[in-house]
Design a protein around this ligand. Structure first.
Ligand code: HEM
Length: 289
């Protein structure tokens, strides 16, 4: 395996340790900060190394488990595929790769400029929205924070609007991408956009109405949908890939349809278990804890 993929696995192990620590102590700051930094490393990679190389790195993360136990002599499972010159992954020790990864690389490494621009826009704006949402949660709009919170809230809403718009434009092309699940992928991404953007709209509208209690509730749900759309999606794909490799586009479709709603449910679970002071916003400690 390439060294950078191994380093990434090391980071995942560390992150899993922080998850266990969070479950034991009910403090989530370490887990969340680490997740944000890891997300930034992955996403900034698209701008630094270019889309083709960033996707080849991304696909390599999935190669190990997706290929585990697959015989090199027999027929490939339907959810695995090969790509020209084996260029769709930096893990060139594998000849086959997840079929979605082959299509993903093909769509952007050799794709039209407009599609590549949409992907850059999607990643840039949603990454900004993701980070800002955490800043907003950690610094609620009380006391001297009020003005900053209001301005960042508008920037964050603008960013998620553009990020989601670019996502919908990209997903609109998926009808012909069988490796993603064709029309079901398109509809699934539309539903993901609906969940994420629906939560964003409710977060903004409750703030405008001055209903602070409802604003906090929707802020949690919005964050849950973002974590679902980004991290839960990618972690679920990692786990489901090898399990569902005999079903064409099975693993990726499950992630597309269920990651964001599951993220909202998990956020609800956490929100309801927060101490009473934190729920009412009287606890000034960062709300990420
Ligand atoms: C509104 C919810 C979201 C939808 C509907 C969505 C949809 C999509 C679509 C359609 C693609 C491109 C696949 C292709 O056309 O081949 C994509 C890729 C990507 N999205 Fe999103 N996305 C969402 C949320 C997010 C968020 C919150 C982030 C960042 C924090 C993000 C970051 C990325 C990245 C980095 C990629 C490239 C693949 C990767 O490296 O993981 N997305 N997304």
């Amino acid at each position: 395996m390439p060294i950078e993929t191994l380093v990434f696995y090391g980071a995942l192990v560390l992150w899993a340790g922080l998850l266990v620590q969070g479950l034991r102590r009910s403090t989530w700051q370490g887990f969340m900060y680490f997740g944000i930094v890891l997300m930034l490393v992955l996403n900034i990679g698209y701008f630094v190394r270019g889309q083709g190389d960033a996707i080849a790195f991304f696909v390599s993360i999935y190669d190990l488990l997706d290929n585990a136990g697959v015989s090199s002599n027999g027929d490939l499972p339907v959810a695995l595929s090969t790509c020209p010159d084996n260029a769709c992954s930096i893990a060139t020790n594998y000849d086959s790769h997840p079929a979605w990864g082959v299509a993903f690389h093909e769509r952007f490494a050799n794709g039209p400029t407009l599609r590549r621009t949409f992907l850059f826009g999607h990643i840039a704006f949603n990454t900004v929205a993701f980070v800002l949402a955490h800043v907003q949660l950690a610094k609620p709009g009380t006391g001297s924070n009020a003005r900053q919170h209001r301005i960042l809230g508008r920037v964050s809403f603008g960013a998620v609007t553009l990020g989601t718009l670019f996502a919908v434009l990209l997903a609109g092309e998926h009808g012909s991408v069988e490796e993603y699940g064709g029309i079901w992928s398109m509809l699934g991404f539309f539903s993901m956009a609906f969940v994420v953007y629906g939560c964003a709209i409710k977060t903004a509208s409750t703030a405008r109405a001055g209903d602070i209690a409802a604003h906090r509730i929707w802020m949690f749900r919005f964050l849950g949908s973002m974590w679902g759309a980004f991290w839960l999606f990618r972690v679920m794909l990692f786990v489901l890939g090898p399990i569902m490799r005999n079903i064409e586009a099975g693993a990726i479709l499950v992630c597309i349809w269920f990651s964001a709603p599951l993220g909202v449910l998990i956020a609800e679970w956490f929100r309801k278990r927060r101490p009473a002071g934190a729920q009412q916003g009287t606890n000034q400690a960062p709300a990420m804890a």
